[in-house]
Design a protein around this ligand. Sequence first.
Ligand SMILES: Cc1cc2nc3c(=O)[nH]c(=O)nc-3n(C[C@H](O)[C@H](O)[C@H](O)COP(=O)(O)OP(=O)(O)OC[C@H]3O[C@@H](n4cnc5c(N)ncnc54)[C@H](O)[C@@H]3O)c2cc1C
Length: 215
Amino acid sequence: MRLRRSDCGGRRQLSRPAAIFLAQSSARVHLFVRSQKLSDSMSQYLIGRIEAHPRIEIHYQTRITGLSGAGHLEHVEWRDDALEETRSGPIRHVFVMAGAAPRTEWLEDSFVLDNRGFIVTGPDLAAFAGGDQWPPKRPPLMLETSVPGIFGVGDTRAGSVKRVASAVGEGSMAVHLVHRYLAQCADQYASAQHAQMIPASVTVSADYSSRTPAT
Ligand SMILES: Cc1cc2nc3c(=O)[nH]c(=O)nc-3n(C[C@H](O)[C@H](O)[C@H](O)COP(=O)(O)OP(=O)(O)OC[C@H]3O[C@@H](n4cnc5c(N)ncnc54)[C@H](O)[C@@H]3O)c2cc1C
């Protein structure tokens, strides 16, 4: 898309690489950043490129507070919290980038999370915190969380690709992995039965969960 001579506005973390892309075809790109600096997770190289770009204007501690126009966007209003003043400008396109925080605080007591709150799964658990976060003797299955039998997929999983197709793909993999986990449980149960020489009065049915008394 070739943008008009007018300006673009963008917000938040993902908008920073996008700002460089948009500046190729825009007269000016305004980057509104609510905090006092560009993200800690961004490379210094990228930060340097953005700060040095002649068509990117960074507004720190700033929030978009209004959009207006007749039929299409014409003006954007923003609030500079540092200067405590509200300003506006002729901006015809706004790109809002949101959703990069995993919001997994409610899981942190039960699951192993990385230092940014993403759920650690599969082989990564072995390397995490000295490997003592995974109690079973068997290695974790792919996508299995630190709670055996519970699987993590999609954006909140540490190391995931953060794309729709990969989230959907991981979801379908998880179904297969749950079946594999249940099959392992059934095998273990059968072995334990055999080891303890329990009379064959109890069997595990095909759905791996119910116990059916033998007739
Ligand atoms: C601005 C933006 C643009 C993107 N553009 C693209 C793109 O062009 N192409 C692409 O492939 N990917 C894109 N992505 C990434 C893509 O959206 C994600 O990778 C994908 O949606 C991940 O799917 P998910 O199921 O893991 O998470 P989500 O789609 O985020 O689904 C999680 C769901 O869980 C719900 N939820 C959260 N907490 C709870 C709770 N406690 N209880 C119950 N429900 C809860 C949420 O409301 C949400 O509905 C974009 C993402 C963003 C933020």
